[in-house]
Write a protein that binds this ligand. Structure first.
Ligand code: IVH
Length: 711
């Protein structure tokens, strides 16, 4: 995968994976289905253009996510598929057209089974010889969770099929859900007992089904509605979907309302009818499902990767309501991102009362033209965080009219509302961030864990539970406070015996001596990972030099160097080496922001005062360009990638030698790589080097370079 499309694809996969995880495993989605569908379609488009990029781990190759811990895994005898979505009439017409074409029937209208799209949880019920033996959630479509004991408590699910001649095997597929009236009653009871209130019936059904104690599930009024089957043996499968639903109903399965319609126009009419009846239905639906009625035709149409070609989910648009934007407040995230949040006059939309909505970032507010005091449209789709769609400027009171005085433009604060540090927006980023990483209470936990981690200050035993307690008991505000802790104080924490307290104090003390690179990495400066920290340590040599650096001047110097080297490259001349290779404008700006915040500097001073002794970095040239021929910097300006097994040293040793000689080690091959050092069993990096025409050397070649020769 390469180029912009390749990058976008990787981004989409990561994002979709995250959303699936939130949705299917955590039961806590943060985005609307529409947002997911939009990203998913974009992914499908890119993959359609580049089929060679489709990998088995792409979200297009699966239907959900892995089951959560707590329930046994069940492999479905037949996979539980998903449905293709449509959001417009045109898409429905295109679906019907495709079907007619593929069935070769020309203009002849197709008969469809039309059903509500229930907004619950997909379930597979296994009946052997007519007895309910196992029930499972969909999971990733192949493997779900065994929730048999919980499903047995659902009275809508027959424990025996009502027939004298039961099939040997029948998997019934359908949806577990809560009726709206039951949901409201249940919430009222929960509230009376001071227990958690659910935001909507779907969430409540999910929470109820996944109770580890079946008795708890039994107290929840869950329902089930069947809409199809999976594997079967000894069952004379009816020739149509409508016939199948009738047969299931005859077996005593609850089946929702169903009809057949002929031709696309009738499908759209059904969509409109059901949409109008939606509010009066006993259960929540989020659209309708069209299925080719004839099973033979279904089989002829077949499947695409994740969904049958013979069926389509036509989704209702998200529900919207109007309300007033009372204020915009700022939330500070764990990593310092400042997120504007709309405070709204409470409004009932999409089945729940909404009084907050994220506004994502400054640009979104501007793009939507929102003023505080505006009337706004709020949207809530299914199960997710509500959003402010747009303002209604036509409702703005004119000057002199009541309410006009409340209208005001939102301005992003220049300081963090939690700790008062500078806030800054980095080039190319939408979010503003608090720059007080070392002092901000919102970021404290993250900062301490980062500081103490193995690759930073390596404080063994400083885990999440301990850090949480240190913060809760006001014992630690910044990393410097760690060095003031004593064993008696620590022994007072939960899960801390005297021995482990003493061990932690010793680990903190031992961390006092550390390398500059680890120290810099431990500060948690944005964009400063381990490799960048190493480059900075090598280039500056001491914390004092870094704190005294003139970042603006460095940026200028980098720009000059870049121009100079472009000129030299064009002329085929030797390039001027750059000791700050790999440190781009983003990083320089992050350093400037971090060290520009006086309180971060105070914490660093406190750390040094607390006895943190930073070992001087080996090559410590001043932050100027290293002169050519400098013995310590024979590899300055050159970037190496190591791959495969070297005969005489480990890759870490080789990397150490390269860095000590002023070179940079990178993990991936790019056009800027100077050399690839390849050992035995070198893999894709070698291939990439060859493709990019980058010199490949072996260990001997590297040693020759280190000795000052050229290869
Ligand atoms: S048929 C092979 N029919 O929608 C197709 N699914 O995106 C299998 N759903 O989680 C699904 N109502 O649980 C079908 N009348 C209906 C449905 C329905 C709701 C859910 C289903 C699945 C999702 C598919």
């Amino acid at each position: 995968m390469s180029g912009r499309a390749g990058e976008r694809l990787a981004q989409l996969r990561a994002e979709l994976d995250r959303l699936s995880h939130e949705y299917y495993v955590l039961d806590a989605p943060t985005r609307s289905d529409e947002e997911y569908d939009r990203l998913f379609r974009e992914l499908l488009e890119i993959e359609a253009e580049h089929p060679e990029w489709v990998t088995p781990d792409s979200p297009s190759q699966r239907v959900g996510a892995a089951p959560a811990a707590g329930f046994a895994a069940v492999r479905h005898a037949e996979p539980m598929l998903s449905l293709g979505n449509a959001f417009s009439d045109e898409e429905v017409l295109a679906f019907d057209r495709r079907i007619r074409e593929q069935l070769g029937g020309g203009e002849k209208p197709v008969r469809y089974s039309v059903e509500p799209k229930y907004d619950g949880l997909a379930i597979s019920l296994r009946y052997e010889a007519g007895r309910f033996v196992q029930g499972a959630t969909r999971g990733d479509g192949q493997t779900g969770e065994d929730v048999t004991s919980n499903l047995r408590t659902v009275r809508a699910i027959p424990l025996r099929l009502r027939t004298d001649e039961p099939p040997e095997l029948l998997e019934v597929r359908g949806e577990v859900l809560l009726y709206k009236s039951d949901f409201e009653r249940m919430n009222a009871e929960q509230s009376a007992r001071g227990e958690k209130i659910f935001v909507n019936p779907r969430n409540a059904a999910a929470g109820s089904l996944r109770q580890l104690d079946p008795a708890a599930t039994a107290r929840r009024p869950l329902r089930f509605l069947a809409y199809g089957i999976g594997a079967s043996r000894g069952f004379d499968v009816p020739p149509t979907q409508s016939g199948l639903l009738d047969a299931l109903a005859a077996f005593g399965m609850p089946v929702g309302e169903r009809e057949t319609r002929v031709g696309a126009t009738e499908l759209l009419a059904y969509f409109a009818e059901l949409g109008a009846r939606r509010v009066s239905l006993p259960y929540e639906i989020d659209g309708v499902v069209y299925k080719v009625d004839e099973r033979r035709d279904q089989q002829r149409l077949g499947f695409v990767a994740r969904a049958p070609r013979f069926a389509l989910a036509h989704k209702f648009p998200a529900q919207e309501a109007e309300t007033e934007l009372l204020d915009i407040e700022i939330q500070v995230g764990r990593t310092g991102a400042l997120t504007p949040v709309a405070r709204l006059a409470p409004v009932f939309v999409g089945g729940t009362t909404v009084s907050n909505a994220t506004l994502h970032n400054e640009d979104e507010i501007r793009r939507k033209g929102l003023l505080i005091g505006d009337r706004v449209v709020v949207r809530r789709a299914g199960d997710v965080i509500p959003e402010v769609v747009r303002s209604l400027p036509e409702h703005r009171p004119a000057e002199g009219e009541p309410g006009h005085e409340r209208l005001r433009e939102f301005r992003m604060p220049q300081h963090c509302p939690v700790c008062g540090s500078q806030a800054a927006r980095e080039p190319g980023e939408a979010a503003w961030r608090c720059q007080g990483g070392l002092v901000c209470a919102a970021q404290r936990k993250q900062a301490l864990l980062h500081f103490g981690q193995r690759r930073a200050m390596d404080i063994d035993g400083l885990g999440e539970k301990i850090v949480e307690q240190l913060i809760a008991r006001d014992l630690v505000h910044s990393p410097a406070d760690l060095y003031r802790l004593d064993a008696d104080t620590l022994a007072g924490l939960e899960r801390m015996g005297e021995k482990s307290a003493a061990r932690l104090v010793a680990a903190i003390a031992a961390s006092r001596t550390c390398s500059l690179a680890r120290f810099l990495f431990g500060l948690g400066i944005r964009h400063v990972g381990e490799e960048i920290a190493r480059i900075l340590a090598a280039a500056f040599g001491s914390v004092e030099a870094i704190m005294a650096a003139d970042w603006a001047a460095l940026q200028e110097e980098k720009t000059r160097l870049q121009k100079e080297n472009t000129r030299r490259r064009a002329k085929g001349e030797l390039l001027e080496p750059d000791p700050f290779e790999g440190i781009g404008p983003e990083i320089i700006s992050a350093l400037q922001n971090f060290f520009g915040e006086a309180r971060n500097r105070e914490v660093i001073a406190e750390l040094l005062a607390a006895g943190v002794a930073i070992e001087p970095a080996a090559p410590a040239p001043a932050p100027t360009i290293v002169a050519d021929g400098d013995a310590r910097a024979t590899l300055a300006g050159r970037t190496f990638v190591l791959t495969g097994t070297l005969p005489g040293m480990s890759r870490e040793e080789a990397a150490g030698l390269i860095r000590a000689a002023g070179g940079t080690v990178s993990g991936s091959v790019s056009a800027r790589t100077s050399y690839v050092v390849a050992g035995e069993a070198a893999g894709s990096k070698l291939a990439r080097a060859q493709a990019l025409d980058i010199p490949v050397i072996d260990e001997a070649g590297l040693l020759a370079l280190l000795a000052g020769g050229e290869t």
